[in-house]
Design a protein around this ligand. Structure first.
Ligand code: F6R
Length: 248
C-alpha cells in the first residue's frame, strides 16, 4: 500500500485527479470505478478543470459507480446518479451510455446485480477504482461484517452510515435504508485502487485500515492484501499515523 500524505484537501484533490489523469492519458479506453460522497468532489472538480484547460479527454472512458441507494430515481437530487451528473458527467465529454450506476429502482434486484457484474467483466474489468472510506470502515456500501467474497449486491445500511449520510437529506428518516453496492470481491478485482480520505473524523479508521488486522468487521482492511493500492490523505486524516509513529 502506497500512502501519500498531503497538507490540505485541495492538494489531496489535485493529487487524486493526477492519478486518474495519468490512467486516462496512458489508456484513453480506461474503465474507471467511481465513488460519490463529500471526499471526491474536489477530485471531480479538478478533473473537470483538466478537461476544460488541458484537453483531458474522457470520450472513450467507461465508468462504473460503486453504489446507489435503493428505490431512488436518478432525477432525485439525493441519488448518486444525480450527484455524478452534477459533479462530473455533465461537465466533461463522456456520453451517458459510457457511464454506469447500479439500477436500484428495478424490481428484480438480483438480476440487476448480476447484469452489473457481467457488464464490468465484459469491459475487461476496472482499471482504476476510486474509493472513499466510511468512518466505520466501509468501502462502497460494504458495511462491517459483509463478506470479502461478495459481488454486487443489495445491502442494508449500517446505523452509523445512515447517521453520517443524514447530512445530505432533510431528515434522518429520509435516508434510504438499503443500497446496491459493488461487493468487496468486485472492488478487489480492480487492477489499481486509489483511496482518498480527508479530515480528522477519518483518522481513526485510516489507522485501522493500514495497521489493523484484516477482517470483515473493518471492510477496508482487505485493501492491505491488494497488490496496487494508493492512499492519498490530507494531514488530518493521517494524524494518527504520524502521532502513533512518533510515540511507538
Ligand atoms: C460512495 C461510497 C462511500 C463513501 C464513504 C465516504 O460512493 O461508496 O463508501 O466513499 O461513505 O463518504 P464521504 O466522502 O462523504 O466521507
Amino acid at each position: 500500500m502506497k500512502v501519500i500524505v498531503v497538507s490540505s484537501y485541495d492538494e489531496l484533490s489535485i493529487s487524486a485527479a493526477e492519478v486518474i489523469e495519468h490512467q486516462v492519458r496512458v489508456n484513453p479506453f480506461s474503465v474507471l470505478g467511481l465513488a460519490t460522497g463529500s471526499t471526491p468532489i474536489g477530485t471531480y472538480r479538478t478533473l473537470v478543470k483538466k478537461h476544460l484547460e488541458e484537453k483531458l479527454d474522457f470520450s472513450r472512458v467507461t465508468t462504473f459507480n460503486l453504489d446507489e441507494y435503493c428505490n431512488i430515481e436518478p432525477s432525485n437530487p439525493q441519488s448518486y446518479a444525480y450527484f455524478m451528473k452534477e459533479n462530473f458527467f455533465s461537465k466533461v465529454n463522456i456520453a451517458d451510455h459510457m457511464t454506469n450506476l447500479p439500477e436500484s429502482h428495478a424490481e428484480d434486484i438480483e438480476a440487476v446485480c448480476m447484469a452489473y457484474e457481467n457488464k464490468i467483466s465484459s469491459r475487461g474489468g476496472i482499471d482504476l477504482q476510486l474509493l472513499g472510506i466510511g468512518r466505520n470502515g466501509h468501502i462502497g456500501f460494504n458495511e462491517p461484517g459483509d463478506s470479502f467474497k461478495s459481488d454486487t449486491h443489495r445491502i442494508k445500511l449500517d446505523e452509523r452510515t445512515i447517521k453520517d449520510n443524514a447530512r445530505f437529506f432533510k431528515s434522518i428518516d429520509d435516508v434510504p435504508r438499503y443500497a446496491i453496492s459493488m461487493g468487496i470481491k468486485t472492488i478487489f478485482s480492480a487492477k489499481k485502487i486509489l483511496l482518498i480520505a480527508s479530515g480528522v473524523d477519518k483518522a481513526e479508521i485510516i489507522y485501522e485500515m493500514i495497521h489493523g488486522q484484516v477482517r470483515p468487521a473493518v471492510p477496508a482492511t482487505i485493501l492491505q492484501m491488494h497488490p496496487d493500492v494508493t492512499v492519498i490523505l490530507d494531514k488530518d486524516a493521517a494524524a494518527l499515523l504520524e502521532r502513533r509513529r512518533t510515540f511507538n
